[in-house]
Write a protein that binds this ligand. Structure first.
Ligand code: ATP
Length: 319
C-alpha cells in the first residue's frame, strides 16, 4: 500500500484530530503517503484534497473539532455519487480510505467498499455513543465531561435559589450521555429515549426529595426523548416551584479532548492504518474489553447499540 486517504464526516467530535494525527504519522512511518480529504464526502466529490506529512499534524491533538473540517453530503446516499467518488479516489492513486465519523458516515464508507470495491476502514467518532460493537466512540468522554462540568455549575445556582433545573443534553436516539451525566452528578432524574417518561411519577419523586430537605433539583433530558420545555411545562404545575431550562447545545461538541479520547483516537488511528496495511478492510476499529479490534462494518451497522440498563437503575438507586 503506497497511498491512503483520511477524512472526517458528519457531526464533529473532540478527538477527531488525535485520530487524524495518528493515521498520518503511523502511515508516514510505514512509507505510506496520506491524502487529507477536507469537508467529508462533499470535499471528496470536489477533490478538496491536501497532502499530509508528519509536520502537518503537529500541535493538533489538543484541539477540538477537526482540522480536515466536516460536512453533511446528502447526495452521497446515491449509488451514482459513490461511483463518482470511487473514480476520483482511483484517479489520485488512493488504495485505501479511512473514514472518521458517526453511523451515517460509516454507512457511506460501507457502501463505498461493497459496491465500488474501495478498501475502507471506519473509526467511530461521534459524541452520541450510539455505535454498536464498540465500548466507546471518540468524543463521548469529552462530551460527558463538558456536560458534567455544566451540570455541576447549575447545581450551585440551583441550591442557592431552590429551583429545579431541566438540562437538555445531546442524544437523538441514545440516552447514554443523559444517563451517565445524571448518575455522576447526582441528578434527581433522567429522561431518555429508551424509557417512556411518566410525568406523574417524575413530579412525585421531585416533591419527595424536597420533603426530604433537598434544595436543588436537576433533571437531565436527552434531546431525543423530549424537549426541556416540554418537561418543564409538565413538571411546573406538579411540583409548584420555579423551573429553569438550560439547553447545552453545541458546546457539548467542542473543547479540548480528554486524555481518554486522545488515547482512544491515537490507538484507533494506528489500528486503522495497520488494518489497511494488512489487507483487512470493510471494518471499523472497535474498543472491546480494552483492546482495539476490527469489526465488520455491515455487522456494526445492522445493530442498534443498546443502553446498559444497569446504569439507568444505578442512577435511580443512588439519586
Ligand atoms: P453524527 O452521528 O455525529 O451526526 P454521522 O456520521 O452519523 O455523525 P450523518 O449526517 O448521519 O452524520 O452522516 C454524515 C454523512 O454520511 C451524510 O451527510 C452522507 O454524506 C453520508 N451518509 C449518511 N447516511 C448514508 C447512507 N445511508 N448511505 C451513504 N452515505 C450516507
Amino acid at each position: 500500500m503506497k497511498k491512503i486517504a483520511v477524512m472526517t464526516s458528519g457531526g464533529d467530535a473532540p478527538g477527531m484530530n488525535a485520530a487524524i494525527r495518528a493515521v498520518v504519522r503511523y502511515a508516514v512511518r510505514n512509507d505510506i503517503q496520506v491524502l487529507g480529504i477536507q469537508r467529508g464526502y462533499a470535499g471528496l466529490l470536489d477533490e478538496d484534497f491536501i497532502e499530509m506529512d508528519f509536520a502537518s499534524v503537529g500541535g493538533i491533538m489538543e484541539k477540538g473539532g477537526t482540522i480536515l473540517r466536516s460536512s453533511r453530503c446528502p447526495e452521497f446516499v446515491r449509488k451514482e455519487t459513490r461511483e463518482e467518488a470511487a473514480k476520483i479516489l482511483a484517479k489520485h492513486g488512493v488504495e485505501g480510505l479511512i473514514v472518521i465519523g458517526g453511523e451515517g458516515s460509516l454507512h457511506g464508507a460501507m457502501f463505498l467498499e461493497e459496491e465500488q470495491k474501495v478498501p475502507v476502514v471506519g473509526i467511530p467518532g461521534t459524541i452520541d455513543n450510539d455505535i454498536a460493537m464498540t465500548d466507546m466512540s471518540i468524543g463521548v468522554d469529552t462530551c460527558l465531561n463538558t456536560v458534567v462540568d455544566a451540570i455541576q455549575k447549575l447545581k450551585d445556582t440551583a441550591s442557592s435559589h431552590e429551583r429545579a433545573f431541566i438540562v437538555e443534553v445531546m442524544g437523538r436516539s441514545s440516552g447514554y450521555i443523559a444517563t451517565v451525566a445524571g448518575l455522576v452528578t447526582g441528578a434527581e432524574a433522567i429522561v431518555i429515549p429508551e424509557i417512556p417518561v411518566n410525568y406523574e411519577a417524575l413530579g412525585n419523586k421531585i416533591l419527595k426529595e424536597r420533603e426530604r430537605g433537598k434544595i436543588n433539583c436537576i433533571v437531565v433530558v436527552a434531546e431525543g426523548a423530549a424537549s426541556a420545555y416540554t418537561v418543564a411545562r409538565h413538571l411546573e404545575h406538579r411540583i409548584g416551584y420555579e423551573t429553569r431550562i438550560t439547553i447545552l447545545g453545541h458546546i457539548q461538541r467542542g473543547g479540548s479532548p480528554t486524555a481518554f479520547d486522545r488515547l482512544l483516537a491515537s490507538r484507533m488511528g494506528v489500528a486503522a492504518v495497520e488494518f489497511l496495511k494488512r489487507g483487512t478492510s470493510y471494518v471499523m476499529t472497535a474498543l472491546q474489553g480494552g483492546k482495539i479490534v476490527p469489526v465488520k462494518l455491515d455487522e456494526v451497522l445492522k445493530q442498534k447499540k443498546s443502553l446498559n440498563m444497569e446504569l439507568v437503575e444505578l442512577t435511580a438507586l443512588l439519586s
